[in-house]
Design a protein around this ligand. Structure first.
Ligand SMILES: Nc1ncnc2c1ncn2[C@@H]1O[C@H](COP(=O)(O)OP(=O)(O)OP(=O)(O)O)[C@@H](O)[C@H]1O
Ligand SMILES: [Mg+2]
Length: 247
């Protein structure tokens, strides 16, 4: 069943199209990898999907709801994971994860960081899920890059999202650590009954083949590939990256 759908997405900067009529769907419990050369439009797409920027034309629908219209708690149904982790460095791992609950508590409680027991319990469960319960009280800047990304994923999970959008989540990590993060995202996506969806951009096609269910390829803002990961062969990749270089 479709969880998330992008229809005819267009976005231009200074008259130059960065996204050109992009459409695709993601099902609940599905992990979608977005591949494409530098400048292909991946970050533009992700910024528009997560509400950080707006589309010029087209829509992104989460369960049929236009993401551009999601506000407050509804907005938290889409969680974002960044290449640079984006943790608050002087806060503990636990406090960073609790930040994922900010949309769920009245603002004054958030500012005072007086979270209730249920929020605290959930944050600890999320840290446990990413294997970092023992680091709950460690400052974020005293964690390795891989650990910081796990905390960022725990923060995303604390939002109890339907969809996690991750723009190059492993680009700042060594290959082994990066593969561990991809395995974690894939497990999160595939476990449980409801299942959430993950959309993740990558510069490593081998990680897409190994961990994703489906691969979408962007070139010059257009979707030129939309295949099951098992069908993402070398020819498809050559076309994807070769096309972008030629453009
Ligand atoms: N804020 C901006 N202002 C003007 N042009 C932009 C802006 N952001 C992106 N672009 C342009 O849009 C196009 C797509 O860029 P985008 O950052 O989405 O590519 P990308 O696929 O994420 O690349 P990379 O793999 O290097 O991260 C590029 O031509 C880029 O120069
Ligand atoms: Mg980018």
């Amino acid at each position: 069943m479709t969880l998330f759908e992008v229809r005819g997405a267009r976005k231009s900067y200074d008259g130059k199209l960065a996204l050109d009529d992009a459409s695709f769907r993601v099902a609940r419990g599905e992990m979608l990898a977005v591949l494409g050369a530098s400048g292909a439009g991946k970050t533009t797409l992700f910024r528009c999907l997560s509400g950080l920027a707006s589309l010029d034309q087209g829509t992104a629908l989460l369960h049929g709801d236009d993401v551009a219209r999601l506000r407050g708690r509804q907005r938290r149904r889409i969680a974002v994971v960044f290449q640079q982790f984006n943790l608050v460095s002087r806060l503990s791992a636990l406090d960073n994860v609790l930040a994922g609950r900010l949309g769920h508590v009245p603002a004054w409680r958030g500012w005072l960081r007086r979270f209730g027991r249920a929020d605290m319990q959930l944050a600890l469960e999320c840290l446990e899920r990413v294997g970092l319960l023992a680091y709950a009280n460690q400052r974020a800047d005293a964690l390795s890059g891989g650990q910081q990304q796990r905390v960022a994923i725990a923060r995303a999970l604390a939002q109890q999202p339907d969809l996690i959008i991750a723009d190059e989540p492993v680009a700042s990590l060594d290959p082994h650590t990066g593969a561990g993060i991809m395995a974690l995202l894939s497990d999160i996506c595939h476990e449980g009954e409801g299942g959430i969806a993950v959309i993740c951009s990558l510069h490593q096609p081998e990680l897409a083949r190994r961990f994703a269910d489906r691969v979408v390829g962007l070139s010059g803002g257009r979707i030129v590939l939309d295949v099951a990961a098992g069908d993402c062969g070398d020819d498809a990749l050559r076309q994807l990256y070769g096309g972008a270089i030629a453009a």
